[in-house]
Design a binder for this molecule. Structure first.
Ligand code: 3PY
Ligand code: MG
Length: 252
């Protein structure tokens, strides 16, 4: 799965990612069997705790989807633990400076290019005994651009050797640019920023990723050049479907 995912993204194919906030593993299985290419365990805003990470990754492994982890913050031990637990890649929030981007990459690549400590306990079980030999080439590392400062430093962040791509957090980006936390990046200052980030990222041959709830925003992201496209989270999908059923029966 590691090779396959890397190859698809390197070839510029669209990868549809599902976002996981619910603990317990069953919703991860539901999302994986529904057909998402990848699933991201959100340890920042999700309800899955550190102790629940491995079992959620095991649940994902029972489906065709590949697993990524959004760590809570730029904290090297969390990055290394997510990768040792078998994540194919990591998404790191709030990367605002090139120094932070370098710290991120350093934590996720083995020497001589980085400083990841050796101990791929479950990664070896899941990806095979040769995992560590291939990890530096195949591990996906996404820096989240989601603040005005990150946007301002985009060029230098993109210059970080070893970075796989950018992952846009449109909600925090809007909050930072306008004071309004909205996921809609089709209008306003966030629209120009989101288009600019895709253009610059692809210009360097890196992967452009973004969070969306699916639907028109996911399609719009693809037209802007995003190829790693989150399209829905377990909580939002459940809530949306529940509201639809009730509105249908009771009237909105
Ligand atoms: C954001 O939009 O800020 C995100 O972090 C998406 O998960
Ligand atoms: Mg965010």
């Amino acid at each position: 799965r590691l090779e396959q995912l890397h190859a698809r993204l390197a070839a510029g194919e669209t990868v549809l990612n599902g976002w996981l906030h619910l603990p317990g593993g069953v919703s991860a299985e539901v999302m994986g069997q529904a057909g998402y290419d990848t699933l991201t365990v959100d340890l920042q805003h999700g309800l899955i705790t550190d102790g629940g990470l491995v079992s959620t990754l095991q649940a994902i492994a029972a489906t065709p989807a590949a697993a990524l982890v959004r760590v809570p913050w730029l904290h090297p031990p969390d990055l290394m633990r997510a990768l040792d637990a078998g994540a194919a890649g990591v998404i790191c929030p709030m990367i605002d400076t090139p120094e932070q981007a370098r710290t991120l990459v350093h934590a996720c690549r083995y020497a001589p290019v980085g400083g990841r400590s050796y101990g791929p306990t479950r990664a070896r079980l899941h990806h095979g005994a040769a995992y560590a030999d291939r990890a530096n080439d195949l591990t996906l590392i996404f820096a989240m651009i989601e603040t005005a400062q990150g946007l301002e430093n985009l060029d230098q962040i993109l210059d970080t050797p070893g970075l796989s791509g950018i992952f846009v957090g449109p909600i925090d980006l809007s909050l930072s640019l306008t004071g309004q936390a909205t996921v809609d990046f089709q209008a306003g200052p966030a629209a120009a920023a989101v288009a600019h980030i895709a253009h610059e990222t692809r210009q360097r041959g890196l992967i452009a990723g973004i969070f969306t709830p699916g639907g028109p925003l996911a399609r719009h992201a693809q037209t802007l050049g995003y190829t790693f496209v989150t399209a829905g989270s377990d909580v939002a999908l459940l809530e949306g479907a529940a509201r639809q059923v009730l509105d249908d029966l009771r009237g909105p």
